[in-house]
Design a protein around this ligand. Structure first.
Ligand code: NAP
Length: 213
């Protein structure tokens, strides 16, 4: 039995589901997950690398298996962090509602669920599949960089009053780092040391990810 199911059976637990493409995972993601864990008293954070992101051109994203392995390498040293293959093993686009339904009905039944991701993704939540059900099943932790303009989130609030009872903002200075920034640095031969855990850096080098040719 997974530690997640075991602890859900044992009593009330709070679980974070960390959704992202993680191409690649970096220190900003890890600091965000740890910040959310502490602020919302989460017992576990499960990283769920997106399989086929519904809104992205797949040819521009690294293979799901690479992103899954890099995420696994990145979270290895934190006993409260896990990685799920749920979305990488799906053949269809990975909609968040399917993932959250899975955790709420099976792997984490009875737990309080928090879906954690970047505010730029959450800002479009009203376009996500079955968003009303999603907002019933879990809370959202929207991680932001310092000084982020929340204008679009305020617009969503006008369309759906009460949404901010379910969306919690968490400012993370380390999010100045982004996956795009890391990919660009690799492509131009610049160091990515300390921007991502060392095993991830080594994986990127060995697999020759993000190089131009
Ligand atoms: P994205 O559009 O690539 O990212 C938007 C911004 O958020 C970027 O600045 C990104 O930085 C940041 N970000 C993404 N995940 C993050 C995380 N876990 N922690 C902190 N910052 C994060 O977003 P995405 O990765 O494709 O999607 C994020 C999640 O939302 C995924 O789980 C995806 O499946 C879900 N989503 C679901 C639907 C749907 O169900 N219809 C639609 C859209 C997104 P980095 O590039 O540095 O990560």
């Amino acid at each position: 039995m997974s530690p997640l199911i075991r602890s859900c059976k044992a009593g009330q637990v709070n679980i974070g589901i960390m959704g992202g493409t993680f191409d690649p995972i970096h220190i900003g993601h890890l600091v965000s997950a740890e910040g959310a864990r502490q602020r919302f008293a989460l017992d576990y954070v499960v990283f769920v690398p997106a399989g086929l992101p519904p809104h992205k051109e797949m040819s521009k994203v690294s293979a799901p298996e690479h992103r899954y392995l890099m995420t696994t390498l990145a979270v290895m040293s934190n006993p409260a962090f896990f990685v799920s293959r749920l979305e990488v093993d799906r053949d269809e686009p990975s909609y968040t509602i399917d993932t959250v339904r899975h955790f709420s009905r099976q792997e984490a039944a009875g737990a309080n669920l928090y879906f954690i991701t970047g505010v730029d993704a959450i800002i479009d939540i009203l376009t996500w599949k079955d968003y009303a059900e999603l907002l019933e099943l879990c809370d959202f932790i929207a991680v932001t960089r310092l000084g982020y303009s929340l204008k679009r989130l305020e617009e969503a609030q006008k369309k759906m009053p009460g949404i901010m009872n379910k969306v919690h903002l968490l400012e993370i200075p380390a999010l100045a780092i982004s996956s795009t920034y890391i990919r660009e640095r690799v492509a131009t031969g610049k160091t990515i040391k300390y921007l991502t855990p060392e095993p991830v850096e080594q994986y990127i080098e060995k697999q020759r990810l993000y190089t131009a040719g």
